[in-house]
Design a protein around this ligand. Structure first.
Ligand code: NAD
Length: 443
């Protein structure tokens, strides 16, 4: 390992510890006892979240609206446990013990004894507001109520519950029983003891928590949105999914953006973008995220349908010639000029500088407490290489001035609306200081 990679890994380790230090919380903050957990929604996330608690010996009540949903959810959990047992990672009696901690029900009343109740129903604001109100109607006094939303307004859901001080966002990542990252979304009214309680609980279930404020996509998905924005613009300009992914994977990423979205589900990504556009807060460029929209419309939902940005032979992604005319058609419809050859270093700088700039704006907005928190989100949740230390650490190695210079060039060559330079990044570059230092100066 190079000295640089070792320094980056040390930074990530330190940042994970530092992320637990929350202004306003200390050892004296009381904790609420969490002995039993409730989950509403037995889908992909609900099942994985239930496993995370059962693995730590915590009993879970799972409620779904349909018997089918419950049966499917529990069957998937059992299949996952059986697969672990088949690999020798647990015994058959462990499987039974963990399954025995799960109590499935169609009745919200079965949540009444739970100390923490997490909703994990479809990503739809109106539905989630209704579910949060229903949970609050049955939850006992002092229970923590949480949402697993990926992008929606946690404060709006907190208000719908009528118990905003008991309310918090717990954004698990998929697969929830495996991914270490837990974005803890602190609402405007979240009580300090609720925050302290879930941070302590995160360690109990082996998660790495990072606290985020409320905004579209929180820390991770807000940054992922600009990363995907540039990915799609590059596709429209003539780059291929393979070229983009290879350029990013060459840096050590677990997978490039196209393979990542194919795995997460084009449908999941598209629905989020569609909801965001509906809210009127998404960028106004008509070609914004049109690729994901079009693939969704055509039923190309990624790995789950065998075709997305790529075609899948078993689980192997292979370039799909049928994609080219689709993208070319979109480029023509939106007047995007196709380019012969797009250099790999342009791909890397457009994707990663967009992410760095958004990270700086997240810090300016007070959504993340410190640059290191952002690095933890990306290394623990999105496959950003630990040897690069996370996007904010990496940015300082590259040089903030160099990044600013490139962004100013992108404003002219591409879109001034997309490439609005954050003041923190600009200040750091101008003053030749690190982001932590600039933030400390501003405090
Ligand atoms: P899913 O479609 O797999 O599961 C949703 C479940 O909710 C279904 O079983 C459905 O029957 C149930 N449900 C719907 N309405 C209900 C109600 N009124 N009462 C009880 N149950 C109800 O969805 P998912 O992928 O598990 O996503 C759930 C949440 O997790 C969403 O908010 C999503 O944004 C978030 N999330 C998803 C991912 C991911 O990669 N899938 C990652 C992070 C967060």
């Amino acid at each position: 390992m190079t000295d640089q990679a070792a320094a980056a890994r040390t930074h990530v380790r330190d940042a994970e510890m530092e992320a637990l230090r929350i202004p306003g919380l200390d050892g004296a903050t009381p904790l609420r006892a969490i002995e039993k957990v409730g989950i509403v929604g037995a889908g992909t996330m609900g099942g994985g979240i239930a496993m995370s608690f059962a693995n730590a010996g915590i009993p879970v009540a799972i409620v779904d609206m349909s018997q089918d949903g419950l049966d499917r959810g529990l069957l998937l959990v059992r299949k996952n446990y059986d697969a672990s047992a088949a690999k020798g990672r647990m015994s058959a009696s462990d499987v039974e013990a963990r399954m025995g901690l799960l109590h499935a029900s169609l009745d919200y009343g079965d949540l009444a004894e739970c100390d923490l109740i997490i909703e994990a129903v479809f990503e739809d604001l109106a539905l989630k507001r209704q579910v949060c109100a229903e949970i609050a109607a049955v939850a006992k006094t002092g229970a923590v109520i949480a949402t697993n939303t990926s992008t929606l307004d946690v404060d709006s859901l907190a208000r719908a519950s009528g118990r905003p001080e008991d309310f918090i966002g717990l954004h698990f990542f998929s697969p929830a029983n495996i991914m270490r990252l837990l974005e803890v979304v602190r609402g405007r009214c979240t009580a300090p003891d609720v925050l302290a309680t879930v941070l302590a609980l995160a360690s109990r279930i082996g998660k790495t928590p990072v606290v985020s404020g409320v905004c579209y996509g929180f820390i991770g998905n807000r940054m992922s949105e600009v990363y995907m924005r540039e990915t799609e613009y590059l596709l429209l300009e003539g780059a291929t999914p393979k070229q983009i992914d290879t350029a990013i994977e060459a840096l050590g990423f677990a997978m490039g953006p196209c393979r990542m979205l194919d795995m997460a589900g084009i449908d999941v990504g598209a629905k989020t973008v569609i909801e965001w556009k509906k809210s009127g807060r998404a960028p106004t460029n008509p070609s914004y995220r049109v690729v994901v929209d079009e693939l969704f419309r055509r039923g190309r939902h990624g790995q789950k349908t065998g075709v997305g940005y790529y075609r899948y032979e078993e689980r192997t992604a292979v370039p799909d010639p049928d994609l080219d005319p689709i993208i070319e058609g979109l480029a023509n419809a939106h007047g995007v000029i196709r380019r012969e050859a797009i250099p790999d270093d342009e791909i890397v700088s457009r994707l990663l500088y967009a992410m760095v700039n958004e990270g700086c704006r997240i810090l300016e907005d007070g959504i993340a407490y410190r640059p290191g928190d952002i690095d933890v989100v990306w290394t623990a949740g999105y496959g950003f290489p630990k040897d690069l230390g996370g996007p904010m650490f990496w940015a300082e190695q590259v040089g903030l001035a160099k990044i600013v210079e490139a962004i100013l060039d992108f404003q002219v060559r591409f879109s001034a609306e997309d490439w609005v330079l954050g003041s923190l990044l600009s200040k750091g570059a101008k003053e030749g200081r690190g982001l932590d230092e600039v933030l400390a100066g501003a405090a």
